[in-house]
Design a protein around this ligand. Structure first.
Ligand SMILES: Cc1ncc(COP(=O)(O)O)c(C=O)c1O
Length: 428
């Protein structure tokens, strides 16, 4: 179980420690729910990408965990940022990510988003639809990629597949060729092509098929238009382990295979090897994150289900509801106690479906215990909501026995602050 936790996780006495701090001390100082990111794991995973592909641009998939401190840490490691909205772009800029390392996405970019990308000189803007060509040129964008949809199905949840034939993302191959010609007529620098098949891809073979497909498509472009891509952006997608029976794909093997297949694919069509861009999100930040919750109600239902309720749930991690995601957990303040029974972990929201973990063996959880859920750094807080008027949790980075607050906890006052007319009807 401990191997699902970040690299610095240990059990000392009865306590789970992360980055040299006990879970109990973290919860006491910052409250719960709390997203704890282990800096050492985060940096090690960023370095693994950089070391495996030193000539590539590694643009962190900001959507996985949009946070200024994290973006800054990753920028210091030489990473850029893949952003998909104006908000994410501003996060990257606030973190000081150099503009030339910013890749701007979006399947429906607004004029304001295009204008801001042009204004700050974002390194690449990934065009996603025919009407974006002209709008990008008008906004003053200079260097673009075209996102192409290869029509490849992948083995992941339907909601995070993006490269299939019916996808809302990207150009069909035919429209991409026309758009390339149009972009060049308008004076845009068409630097290359982008493909992203989906996220949490456990079976990498679809990824290899997409590289072969892309090389073939590049050769069609060359034959028909005399243009071939100088840059190829293969998006993100590498899966991570959430529970013990999940496979644990390695960044090094994944990237080595990509480099080899791009080289062979382009060689086979006599095309010059392109510069590579990768956009990993989940595989950088996911395994670095642990969420700490406080256990409240513990009870047994008529059918025998043992419920342990926590002080968060679908508002801080909607992945179980969205993707049938599975998690496991440990009682962080009694981490050396062996499990006594199987429990279901319920959130505090008014939905029967607000169940964080369907089945997990726990050591007799009691009110006040701390529940630690590993592999929760990606697409959890990033997708959080205020459902049921629940403020979103805080996040901290831990390292060498120190914790640094990188996102403060929201308060109910924060939620009320956007309510118009909130004081009418208040007495006193
Ligand atoms: C275009 C693009 N790039 C990168 C990513 C990051 O993917 P992941 O977090 O699976 O690495 C995504 C996420 O779906 C994406 O849509």
């Amino acid at each position: 179980m401990l191997d699902l936790f970040p690299a610095t996780a240990a059990i000392e006495g009865d306590e789970l420690t992360l980055g040299g701090m006990t879970a109990s001390a973290l919860a006491a100082e910052f409250g719960t729910p709390l997203v704890v990111l282990d800096e050492q794991t985060l940096v090690a995973r960023a370095r693994a990408y950089r070391a495996a592909a030193p000539d590539a641009l590694i643009a962190y998939g900001t959507k996985a965990f949009p946070n200024v401190a994290v973006l800054r840490l990753l920028a210091d490691e030489g990473l850029g940022a893949d952003v998909s909205t104006l908000g994410e772009l501003e996060f990257a800029l606030a973190a000081g990510v150099p503009a030339e390392r910013i890749v701007v996405h979006g399947n429906n970019k607004s004029d304001a988003e295009l204008a801001r990308a042009a204004e700050v000189g974002a390194g690449l803007v990934v065009l996603d639809a025919p009407d974006e060509v002209e709008r990008a040129a008008t906004a003053g964008i200079r260097r673009v990629l075209l996102r192409v949809t290869p029509g490849i199905e992948v083995d992941t949840h339907a909601s995070i597949r993006t490269g299939h034939a019916g996808s809302k993302f990207g150009f069909t191959p035919e429209t991409a060729i026309a758009a390339l010609a149009h972009a060049r007529e308008l004076g845009l620098e068409a630097a290359g092509l982008h493909v992203h098949l989906g996220s949490q891809l456990v079976d990498a073979s679809a990824g290899w098929a997409s590289i072969a497909w892309l090389a073939g498509f590049a050769s069609v472009c060359e034959r028909e238009t005399g243009w071939s891509p100088a840059v190829v952006d293969l998006g993100g997608g590498l899966a991570i382990r959430h529970v013990e029976d999940d496979p644990d794909p390695s960044i090094e093997d994944f990237v080595a295979q990509i480099l080899d297949r791009v080289q062979r694919g382009f060689d086979a069509h006599d095309l010059a090897p392109p510069q590579l861009v990768l956009e990993p999100g989940r595989s950088v930040v996911g395994p670095a994150g642990v969420t700490l919750y406080r256990v409240g109600v513990v009870k047994q239902a008529a059918d025998g289900t043992r419920w342990a309720a926590i002080d968060g749930g679908m508002s801080d991690n909607p992945r179980p509801q969205l993707y049938d995601a599975r998690y496991t957990a440990l009682l962080a303040n009694r981490a050396s106690d062996g499990p006594t029974a199987t429990y279901s972990v319920a959130g505090k929201h008014c939905e029967s479906g607000d169940v964080l973990i369907r089945r997990v063996a726990l050591a007799d959880p009691r009110r006040g215990d701390l529940l630690a859920v590993p592999a929760t750094g990606a697409y959890t807080l990033a997708m959080a909501s205020n459902y049921n008027g629940v403020p979103r949790p805080a996040a901290v980075l831990v390292r060498d026995g120190q914790a640094r607050l990188i996102r403060r906890r929201e308060s109910v006052d924060d939620l009320l602050a956007v309510e118009v007319g909130r004081d009418e009807g208040r007495s006193g």
